[in-house]
Write a new protein. Structure first.
Lengths: 107, 107
DNA sequence: AACTTATATGAATGTTTGTTCATACATTCA
DNA sequence: TGAATGTATGAACAAACATTCATATAAGTT
């Protein structure tokens, strides 16, 4: 009986579309080569836009567009330094998520 | 000097597009509400296609299509049981990746 | 064998998405 | 202030993708 209730709660959670959409949205951000590269680059050290662009050999415009996506998703943060904008990982979760995926690939 | 070499190696790794594309491909699979729901459902117990379809209220066809994607990505496995096909998570990494994302959302 | 149930699949369609190009905005420097 | 550098952004275009519908395949049932 207790078990049955738990099961019903689980069902309710599983049917909670908002939660899963949020989860899917998060992974969707990691689901692009350019963005993953940017995130991994920032794993090493913070960088400004030009540096990211040069380091990964991606157009400045493309980098900017993707940085906006990453910032909207709260995966990176930025601060101004003179003419440049320095980007860095927003928190350690990003690293954790990347590592988690890497482990699966390395299987 | 040692440090410089390490840095160069890191650079080389970071420029390894194949690895990041693989990572992005993996996350791309998680980056869809339907697929995440299916995976989470299978987190509770294995299910056949009809059960998944009914449980999540998604068309049988849509479920089948997405199960194929999940299977191609080695995230689920299947076995036949009479007329039905029973699907289950391929391994524990799937659970780990989902949990990892959940933690970020729950922040 | 014919029928029914369960699942898979192909084509069509509408939507989302990443990049490019051009250009605007912001900051420093002369 | 004007020029130069660094970054952001909007529009346009092509490619990728998820769902639906119709139908095919497969296994059990009578």
């Amino acid at each position: 009986m207790e078990n049955e209730n738990v099961s019903k709660i689980k069902d309710a959670i599983l049917r909670n579309n908002e939660l899963f959409d949020a989860l899917a949205e998060l992974y969707k951000v990691f689901g692009d080569g350019t963005r993953v590269r940017i995130l991994c680059a920032l794993t090493q050290s913070e960088m400004n836009v030009s540096e990211i662009s040069a380091f990964l050999d991606i157009t400045q415009s493309a980098v900017s567009h993707q940085l906006r996506v990453l910032k909207t998703s709260s995966l990176v943060k930025s601060r101004r330094k003179g003419k440049t904008m320095i980007y860095s990982l927003a928190d350690e979760h990003v690293r954790a998520i990347i590592d988690c995926g890497m482990e699966h690939i390395a299987e």
